[in-house]
Design a protein around this ligand. Structure first.
Ligand SMILES: Nc1ncnc2c1ncn2[C@@H]1O[C@H](COP(=O)(O)OP(=O)(O)O)[C@@H](O)[C@H]1O
Ligand SMILES: [Mg+2]
Length: 450
């Protein structure tokens, strides 16, 4: 979205009229009458769009273009030039100008270029975000052989076509995000952005600005204006991943933004309208989360229009082998290795295991065996399955291990509690009396990846 525009023109008439039009569209417009002032402005604050006459006192439009490219490479430059100087306009285009307008120009010509600029800026913002999100998220392949998963897939197309919010629950690693992105891909919004925000991974103090963006200077450290994920998801889908980890204080604001499809940036006053379809996921028991007042009931009902529950892998064993073969194929290809084969004993071992980390754990184990280059065959002993307790083993009542640091003791307690709960992070956090976010950070610190 174009928000801030810099106009530079020595002859007030032509571009004053452009200024009027832009202001009427709600843009913030700064008008300067020579090149030196324009450059000074560029050094002060960012602009989405610069419209300049080719002939300016002090510095020419071309100087301005070159300097803008250097200090504000994200901004678009449109040139206005007299009809006789098409060649200069061509030079400007070669140097990276976005467009040019030949004087005198019609209102239609101006509006058509502004519209192009608007679209271009939207795509730039979207692309920048997607690149940051590491391009790993290729459209995932969905494996579904068990009756439970087949039923989910059967409904998925219909669910995707609706505009209603979807709430996806299931243990960690069951495939909630995969289902979320499949919904976006199958929906009419598929050409629009698919934005994910992992509510457990963002520090509490930054969540609001991550969602809604912020204005420059709205808090210490807000050096630049930031576009929030809500704005990026406009005309697309926003996946609120692990939504139960949003601090209670922010949940009311979130509910309002979802209901009204409108919000303000942190430190901003102008409401921003969006058109977003919402998907949410959680690995918690939602009834419990609501009873424990971790999650607002009204927000849950707003998001839970269509519920999808993905059962843990141990309850849909028909999926284990097809998934193992799918991962085998994928990781052999990715690592440039000939396709490996699972022996019968390996298959038996996979089928008998309890998979506390669900599909994610299966993928990790297959990847590990592929990378560690055994034979062309993968046998049972190549599959290193973490020896986890099969039932809740009560914590041994031994005396405290005096002689280790508090830090070490904390680490041991956290890891043991995690094992006891079959790596279920929500339960582990509850037992330890800490938030899932804190648990996640600690595990991260210990070098635990998912
Ligand atoms: N049905 C499935 N088919 C193929 N891959 C899957 C499936 N379910 C999960 N995965 C893979 O397992 C991993 C974990 O899935 P993810 O959606 O991130 O789980 P969750 O969000 O529930 O923790 C991902 O790498 C994903 O691609
Ligand atoms: Mg997830």
């Amino acid at each position: 979205m174009i928000e801030k525009v810099l106009i530079a023109d020595a002859e007030p008439l032509t571009l004053r009229f452009v200024e009027e039009i832009l202001k009427r569209q709600g843009k913030e417009v700064h008008f300067v009458e020579n090149g030196a002032l324009a450059i000074a402005k560029l050094k002060e604050e960012p602009f989405d769009l610069i419209i300049t006459d080719m002939w300016l006192p002090c510095k020419t439009g071309l100087d301005l273009l070159l300097i803008a490219k250097e200090i504000q490479p994200q901004s678009l430059v449109i040139f206005v030039t007299a009809n006789g100087s098409v060649e200069t306009a061509v030079d400007a285009m070669k140097l990276g100008a976005f467009h040019y307008l030949l004087k005198p120009f019609s209102l239609e010509a101006l509006e058509s270029i502004l519209q192009k600029a608007e679209e271009h800026i939207r795509l730039l913002k979207e692309n920048r975000y997607l690149r940051e999100q590491n391009a790993k998220a290729q459209c995932p392949h969905l494996i579904a052989e068990s009756p439970q998963m087949k039923k989910i897939l059967l409904d998925l197309e219909r669910i995707a076509k609706a505009q209603a919010s979807v709430f996806i629950t299931g243990e960690s690693g069951t495939g909630k995000e995969v289902i979320g992105s499949a919904i976006h891909e199958l929906s009419s919004r598929q050409g629009g952005p698919f934005i994910k925000v992992n509510c457990a991974a963002i520090p509490e103090s930054l969540i609001e600005s991550e969602f809604f963006g912020h204005e420059r200077g709205s808090f210490t450290g807000a050096l630049q204006r930031k576009t929030g994920r809500f704005e990026l998801a406009d005309k697309g889908t926003l996946l609120l991943d692990e939504v139960t980890e949003i601090p209670l204080a922010l949940q009311a604001k979130l509910l309002r933004a979802i209901q009204e499809q409108e919000f303000e940036r942190v430190g901003g006053i102008r409401p921003i309208k969006v058109n977003i379809r919402f998907l949410a996921t959680s690995n918690r028991n939602m009834q419990e989360a609501i009873e424990m007042k971790v999650f607002r009931e009204d927000l849950f009902y707003r998001l839970n229009v269509v519920p999808i529950h993905i059962p843990p892998l141990r309850e849909r064993r028909e999926d284990i082998l097809p998934l193992a073969h799918y991962f085998l194929h994928r990781f052999c290809l990715e690592n440039h290795k000939p396709l490996k084969r699972l022996t019968d004993r390996a298959i038996q071992k996979l089928l008998r295991y309890s998979w506390p980390g669900n599909v994610r754990e299966l993928g990790n184990i297959i990847e590990r065996t592929v990378v560690l280059d055994f034979d062309a065959k993968i046998d049972a002993e190549h599959l290193y399955l973490d020896p986890l307790p099969t039932s809740k083993t009560p914590v041994e009542k031994t005396s405290l291990p005096v002689g280790i640091t508090l830090h070490e003791l904390e680490k041991r307690l956290i890891l043991e509690t995690l094992q006891t709960h079959h790596r279920n992070r929500a339960k582990t956090a509850t037992t330890l009396g800490i938030s899932v976010r804190t648990l996640r950070n600690k595990l991260h610190e210990y070098g635990f990846t998912e």
